[in-house]
Ligand binder design. Sequence first.
Ligand SMILES: Cc1cn([C@H]2C[C@H](O)[C@@H](COP(=O)(O)OP(=O)(O)O[C@H]3O[C@@H](C)C(=O)[C@@H](O)[C@H]3O)O2)c(=O)[nH]c1=O
Length: 184
Amino acid sequence: MLFRQAEISGARTITLPRHHDERGSFGRIFDRERFADNGISCNFVQASISRTSYAGTLRGLHFQRFPHAEAKLVHCLRGEMYDVICDLRPDSPTYLKHQSFYLNCSDNEMIFIPPGCAHGFMTLSDDVEVLYAMSDIYAPDHAMGLRFDDPVLGISWPRPVAHISTRDLEWPKYKDSKHHDRIK
Ligand SMILES: Cc1cn([C@H]2C[C@H](O)[C@@H](COP(=O)(O)OP(=O)(O)O[C@H]3O[C@@H](C)C(=O)[C@@H](O)[C@H]3O)O2)c(=O)[nH]c1=O
């Protein structure tokens, strides 16, 4: 596993080792000791897969509030996507900055997102599958979001939004959100 510090404080890009043979390949996505060696001490308590049918679909921006703020490990299993993390931690050197990543199913990359960041992605192909591991339980009462086009965040999405949930359209902008000091 190759860990690289991302621009957002505490975030990492992680390249999976792939062991290839005539049958295909094998790669570990989580190794507690290797993560700890690289400054990531969280435990993952659940993992999920999302499937998205069409290119141009946007999911996000999502996070869970205190006390269920969660770290996420994100890996694209199928297709291509544009992944974005936004730092919402007022005490972070990268507060309100965002970073984006092009992920696809053949590049062996994962993104580690620290607690206190919002996350979203746009699909760039049809049939996109994303694997997540999360460091906290799913706590729907603590699920929060921000508008994908919030000018304070200033995210430049690579194509127009073709599909988005009603819920994601109804998230507030950061300046209207009541949870600034309860993110962590
Ligand atoms: C996130 C989640 C959703 N669900 C359910 C709730 C709902 O019925 C259905 C779809 O949920 P959502 O609309 O929240 O799915 P989605 O918009 O794909 O939410 C995801 O977006 C990306 C950007 C993330 O970062 C993820 O952590 C997660 O928030 O799945 C769970 O049962 N467990 C979970 O952990």
